[in-house]
Design a protein around this ligand. Sequence first.
Ligand SMILES: *Cc1c(COP(=O)(O)O)cnc(C)c1O
Length: 392
Amino acid sequence: MDDWNTRTKLVHGGVRRSQYGEVSEAIYLTQGFVYDTAEQAQQRFEQAGEDEFIYARYGNPTVRMFEERVAQVEGAEDGFATASGMAAVNGALMSMLRAGDHVVSSRALFGSCLYILEEVLTRYGVEVTFVDGTDLGAWRAAVRPETRAVFLESVSNPTLEVIDITEVARIGHSVGATVIVDNVFATPIFSRALEQGADVVVYSATKHIDGQGRCLGGVILGTQEFIRKTVEPYLKHTGGAMSPFNAWVLLKGMETLDLRVRAQSDAALTIAQALQDDDRLSRVIFPHLPDHAQHAVATRQMEKGGTVLSFELKGGQEAAFRFLNALEIVVISNNLGDAKSIVTHPATTTHSRLSDAQKDALGIAPGLVRLSVGLEAVDDLIADLRGALDAV
Ligand SMILES: *Cc1c(COP(=O)(O)O)cnc(C)c1O
């Protein structure tokens, strides 16, 4: 199984068949499990074996199939599934940190990740230093002997800066820190963060893994020691468990993940190239465009550029709003990685909580638009985008 290719692991990884031999994975929609005897119950609470379950907050067969499938694809020893991507980020950090620890994190973060690092951890006596993630000198200057964890989003949202996982991991490891990477934008298909030096990888499965806008989910991947000794006790007692139904939806999503994200990423590159010279835009950002600020890191670290591009309209927020409102195929929403192309105006939605100074520092201009490219015909998408630009 270890030498299966990714596409095979995505279809067959982690499968547990019941006595009926079902083809499609079964949904074990049960919160608990019955024991044959009192002695068996006692034994299971003492030390549950590989396929022995107690309570769905601790584990469930459908959820376990999902955890094993993602872990196999990522090349991780083990994984723990969570109710959402944020439960995964929170679980990875809170399970391992205590008062007096120090964390270094990149500054360009998903709003809720920023909330955990800036508001939650600091409330419990953890000190957090934020750095420009693309500046290796800043990482070097920020780490110190009490740095327990380093946190980063490998591709930032919405300006798509790419952080060098290998180099940041080397810096983190020089002081013995655990390197935690939120790898959502790169997807488990385009970048193997563990191979690149990370110790722990987290995904919001809500994004590409579902990819069809149906449910929330998340997963933490790492060594068996970290998952079972650090993450599992924290999560099973604090309740961020994934629903078995959602695990089943996500298992089905994984079967087509590779096909979907490759098609979406190819379309994203085609669209980025088509818009690149449009004089109504002041910039087009896509990690695999040659003029991207971290193009060398992006092409080394990611097999493809991802499924999201961002661009800035010259007329500011007014032009951006007129553009969004004129689109006929692309919908206005805030998810990404979906089969449906989605456009977002970060300054007034996902990043509206930030001050103008913070937005400026992160390059979130009033005219900036984020486009998550779906599975529609790319020619239709380009026509829709050009039509909306004409309408501006
Ligand atoms: C969406 C997202 C999350 C949070 O995931 P949810 O499933 O919405 O909780 C965390 N990090 C990144 C980079 C994301 O894009």
